[in-house]
Design a protein around this ligand. Structure first.
Ligand code: ATP
Length: 224
């Protein structure tokens, strides 16, 4: 179980306040959704939680901790097992689906045989085993979202930050991916899902609504 905490976490781009300082605690095993209209600050919050905003782009206030240890930078976040699935999926169009998952595993030092096993099982979880050799550019937007999630699952994240990862999916695949995200929480991960979709949000344990960067809990059954 890995706990994610943010203390007075805020994001500004120059004069624009994208996320007003907020406190957040997502215990391992739980799923929290972040909702709000376009431009409300959902992506900014997820990137800040992933310690992935570059100082040249944004000013980030406050701290993010995993299991009580403050994350100094993106590398520390990666070492703590924080995995961000960005809104535009972050995949390279010229790699195949299986290469997209294999490359980061090998870069992390996962032995080749184990890495190949994880590639296969994670693609099976998202229902894309038969597309494993297809280039990302040859896949639909929804299939690319599923590959991006498969890549995150293969990394066995302690903290999974998924930005609109179900937005391009049909109802059946959305249910499959929500169940897979729930399984990640069941494995002990702290899961945060940014979503426009009220049905997806309703399936999480708690919902934090953002409006012009200001956060309000609209549903909450976990400690903060
Ligand atoms: N790199 C940037 N530079 C300047 N302003 C930015 C940058 N990224 C986001 N913003 C601004 O910050 C605010 C929050 O944007 P953000 O992308 O976090 O919202 P969002 O809720 O994720 O929106 P969407 O649902 O459309 O993805 C918006 O006003 C946006 O224009």
């Amino acid at each position: 179980m890995s706990d994610l905490s943010a203390s007075r976490l805020g994001v500004t781009y120059g004069d624009l306040v994208a996320v007003r300082p907020l406190d957040l605690h997502v215990p391992g095993g739980r799923m929290v959704s972040v909702t709000g209209p376009s431009g409300a600050g959902k992506s900014s919050l997820l990137w800040a939680l992933g310690v992935a905003l570059r100082p040249a782009v944004a000013a980030v206030a406050g701290t993010v901790s995993v299991d009580g240890s403050v994350l100094a930078d993106r590398d520390a976040a990666a070492r703590a097992g924080v995995v961000l699935v960005p809104q535009r999926n972050g995949l390279s169009g010229t790699l195949s689906a299986e290469e997209s998952i294999l490359v980061p595993l090998l870069a992390m030092g996962v032995p080749a045989r184990e890495a190949l096993g994880r590639v296969e099982s994670s693609l099976a979880r998202v229902g894309l085993l038969e597309s494993s050799r297809h280039l990302v550019d040859q896949l639909s937007g929804g299939q690319q979202q599923r590959v991006a999630l498969a890549r995150a699952f293969a990394l066995r994240p302690a903290v999974l930050l998924a930005d609109e990862s179900t937005s391009d999916l049909d109802a059946g695949n959305r249910e499959l991916m929500m169940a897979a995200l729930r399984e990640e929480a069941g494995r002990g991960a702290a899961v945060v899902l940014a979503t426009h979709d009220p049905e997806a949000a309703a399936e999480t344990d708690a919902t934090l609504a953002l409006d012009e960067g200001a956060a309000t809990w609209v549903r909450k059954s976990i400690g903060s």
